[in-house]
Design a protein around this ligand. Structure first.
Ligand SMILES: Nc1nc2c(ncn2[C@@H]2O[C@H](COP(=O)(O)OP(=O)(O)OP(=O)(O)O)[C@@H](O)[C@H]2O)c(=O)[nH]1
Ligand SMILES: [Mg+2]
Length: 267
């Protein structure tokens, strides 16, 4: 599990015990902190002495995920927010989608069985619009582009080609492309452009337990739109768009076979 944290100590008190209870044979939990001032890392180490804990070099959720991904030793990577919004009881369903043949198991609140305690009419409409733009541009059938609870096989990491995570950031404090919240869209676009097999997994988003939302519907919507455009140009430049037809969104016959082995779960 890769868990990015920014001042989530109070949430970790609830989330980490719940995680261990839901998946007792978890292979590893990697907590990547963004310089919290509320004792987040100390809390993680106290609650989960076996957890891998580290502090990212640059800033932003994207850089945190890239840092965590680089430390994964398991077969499967799960992207897991620390704010209580992701239900750890859903992890086996993500792993099952992967063992059933998907390369990328994409959480969706808007497929049968999914849902959200935290979505407004405006956000829902915005998400629908962004799904449409993405699906037209990449030939995909995503139903929930803007959702960060996902899992993929660790051997797919090179496909993402994320920025080198340990290089210090620009002196002027600007963020590198992929270091911010655009990471989720970057990941969706790059997997889609590479033509990997994508399966949506129904997921019910819960409310953040403590702290307040960092999401700004309009500002973040514009950022996702910009990300789709940039990533589409990138895919076209690298000649990837021709392969898009291979991208599917359904439960497929086993590519890897076997049952979900949660002891090799890396996130
Ligand atoms: N390491 C690190 N983690 C971050 C950073 N920004 C956000 N996070 C974490 O990423 C996860 C998702 O961030 P949230 O602030 O919950 O963003 P969101 O889910 O889009 O919005 P709300 O839940 O509605 O506030 C949480 O676990 C945060 O603590 C960052 O710059 N660095
Ligand atoms: Mg959140």
């Amino acid at each position: 599990m890769v868990v990015p944290t920014l001042n989530e100590a109070r949430n970790l008190e609830v989330v980490l015990p719940e995680l261990v209870e839901a998946v007792p044979d978890l292979h590893e939990v990697i907590v990547v902190d963004g310089g919290s001032v509320d004792g987040t890392l100390e809390t993680a180490r106290r609650l989960l002495p076996d957890a891998v804990t580290c502090t990212q070099v640059r800033r932003g959720k994207g850089n945190a995920l890239a840092t965590g991904f680089a430390r994964v030793t398991g077969d499967v990577v799960v992207m897991f927010d620390a704010d209580g919004s992701a239900d750890p009881a859903e992890i086996p369903a993500f792993v099952a989608a992967l063992t059933a043949g998907a390369d990328f198991a994409k959480g969706s609140r808007f497929t049968a069985g999914g849902g959200s305690a935290d979505i407004t009419a405006v956000r829902r409409a915005g998400n629908e619009f962004l799904n449409t733009v993405m699906n037209r541009g990449f030939g995909t059938r995503f139903s929930d582009l803007c959702y960060g609870y996902n899992a993929f096989w660790a051997d797919q990491l090179p496909v993402l080609d994320l920025p080198e995570h340990e290089k210090p950031g620009p002196a002027d404090g600007t963020m590198l492309w992929g270091d911010g919240f655009e990471i989720e869209t970057v990941i969706n676009c790059r997997f889609a452009a590479a033509g990997v097999k994508i399966t949506e997994v129904p997921s019910v988003e819960r409310l953040r337990i403590f702290g307040s939302s960092n999401l700004h519907a309009v500002k973040d919507g514009v950022r996702v739109l910009r990300t789709i455009r940039t990533e589409r140009s990138r895919a076209r430049r690298s000649g990837h768009l021709g392969r898009l037809s291979r991208t599917v969104l359904s439960g497929q016959a086993a590519r890897r076979g076997g049952s979900a082995d949660l002891s090799r779960l890396a996130s």
